[in-house]
Design a binder for this molecule. Structure first.
Ligand code: BG6
Length: 514
């Protein structure tokens, strides 16, 4: 996580990390990872904590305590913690050794006092090692847990492990229920014990570098900002594609489906950041106020604006229903395209197409803003401008624009203005989303976390169609593993939004750095 080279002039962002009146935790802090033996902890949480540790971003003297049901000795625990941590150079191996010395483990049930009492003893033992004996002791609780035990663990942490006198924070992650009602129930359970300013709800897309850049791209570039409106923009597509199926995760996935798994959270977050009005400041509450406001302009989503798909086998690639963890005959969508409107003065009439699917032809998360046709007359058959914000892989922002083809003839050719991160910021490492978010939680900056009313409105928008799908059980359109999605997709989009898939021989990137 290097900083921008000092030779570059960097602009300041005002009050980016103030807002909730919270303090940065710089010392005397322990973080408890509940669900420490699970997949999320192993693949994301511990590697992110190590990434921060090796760069000196964690509070001084940090202590990390894993908590889960499995019985493990310290050796086994350290093996799990380091399983996904890469140490390509010897210096990092030493750092990892140092990091592991800070990681201890307590096993205990999620619904019995005894485990939490043991955890309390371990917390106090760790806290005795703090150099600063005077200042209060802070505790952060990270919930890498299935939703079924979420509320009871949060309550037990509060009852047994809440620091008296210090700062307490709790980091939670989806799934936050399955619909508006269950989400409200879950949030009410959490809020019975924890104050909103103590809660950090992760949507890891908010920690992605390019998603964080969207506010700057828009509000720090007057010409981009000025073009973001219904007069110039024809339609916007927000796309999430994965080239693999649910392999092994089918049991979990089938309960949720692609709309709950990716759309109601990750893509809706991207949509709200992209379309919100300029916030009064970059403080967390100002940003989140604007996000909520724009979401409130979205009218109820109708089934006629939804296309559902489910992947089928293709060659040696299995179909969704071939996954043994998936219930027989499931009609769970693994692909969805949904058209959303924002009835605000800025966006009325502009269709936003959210598309998400598993087992597709490529890995990609991007925003594609297609501008309207240029006035006809002097040009014929000219491609539309498109601003593409590629979230992953290979972060880039490029503007498709027409130019005169060099030469004696007067012809146009589609070209691009291209900000490819690997080329422009070649020396900089892009932080992992979880690194960025955990660091924000230590800092007390809520900007990139989901507020309670934001979560509520996200569920309000999607619950009617989700219930309709659950009740009416529409059969999803089949699509082959590795394809672009259901055959009906292009027609659906063309009909709904008049999107023109450019047939011009244009490919990006045009140069071969990637
Ligand atoms: C998770 C979903 O929230 O996001 C997964 O549950 C999905 O199904 C994942 O694969 C995608 O995250 P990323 O960071 O790999 O794009």
């Amino acid at each position: 996580m290097a900083a921008v080279p000092s030779s570059e002039k960097t602009g300041e962002i005002r009050s980016a990390s103030s807002g909730s009146g919270q303090h940065a935790l710089t010392t005397n802090t322990a973080i408890v990872i509940a669900g420490a033996s699970g997949d999320l902890a192993k693949k994301k949480t511990f590697p992110a904590l190590f990434g921060l540790y090796q760069n000196g971003f964690l509070p001084n003297g940090i202590r990390i305590i894993g908590y889960a049901r499995s019985k493990m000795d310290p050796e086994e625990f350290h093996k799990r913690v380091s399983q996904y941590i890469k140490t390509p150079i010897p210096a990092l191996k030493d750092k990892l050794k140092e990091f592991l010395e800070r990681c201890t483990y307590v096993s205990g049930q999620y619904d019995e006092d005894q485990g939490f009492e043991d955890l309390e003893k371990e917390l106090q033992r760790c806290e005795e090692t703090y150099e600063d004996k005077e200042s209060p002791k802070n505790r952060v609780f990270y919930m890498a847990l299935p939703p079924s035990v979420f509320t009871v663990v949060a309550a037990n942490f509060k009852k047994h492990n809440y620091s008296k006198g210090g700062i307490n924070r709790i980091i939670v992650e989806k799934p936050f229920g399955k619909d508006l009602e269950s989400s409200r129930e879950m949030q009410a359970g959490l809020k019975k014990e924890w104050k909103e300013e103590e809660i950090f709800r992760i949507d890891h897309y908010l920690g992605k570098e390019m998603v964080k850049n969207m506010l700057v791209l828009r509000f720090a570039n007057v010409m981009l900002d000025a073009s973001f409106n219904k007069n110039l923009i024809s339609n916007v597509q927000i796309t999430f594609k994965e080239p693999f199926g649910t392999e092994g995760r089918g049991g979990y996935f089938d309960e949720f489906g692609i709309i709950r798994d990716v759309m109601q959270n990750h893509l809706l977050q991207v949509l709200s950041i992209l379309t919100m009005e300029r916030p009064v400041s970059f403080s967390s509450e100002d940003i989140r106020d604007e996000k909520v406001k724009v979401l409130r302009y979205i009218p109820e989503i109708k089934m006629e604006d939804v296309l559902l798909g489910q992947y089928v086998g293709n060659g040696d690639k299995p179909g969704y229903l071939d996954d043994e963890t998936v219930p027989k005959g499931s009609i769970c969508p693994t692909f969805a395209a949904i058209v959303v409107h924002i009835n605000s003065p800025r966006w009325e009439g502009v269709p936003f197409i959210l598309k998400a699917g598993k087992a597709l032809n490529e890995q990609k998360a991007e925003v594609r803003i297609q501008y309207k046709d240029t006035t006809s007359g002097i040009f014929s058959d000219i491609t539309r401008n498109e601003l593409v914000i590629r979230v992953q892989p290979n972060e880039a922002v490029y503007l498709k624009m027409n130019s005169k083809a060099p030469g004696l003839a007067m012809r146009t050719v589609p070209t691009e203005m291209d900000l490819t991160y690997k080329r422009r910021f070649s020396d900089l490492k892009i932080p992992e989303a979880y690194e960025a978010l955990i660091l924000d939680a230590f800092k007390g900056d809520h900007s990139n976390f989901v507020r309670d009313d934001e979560l509520d409105i996200a569920w309000k928008l999607f619950t009617p169609i989700l219930h309709q799908i659950d009740n009416d059980k529409p059969k999803p359109e089949p699509y082959e593993y590795g394809s672009r999605g259901p055959a009906a997709l292009d027609d659906f989009i063309a009909k709904k939004v008049g999107y023109t898939r450019s047939e011009a021989p244009y490919t990006w990137p045009s140069t071969s750095v990637l």
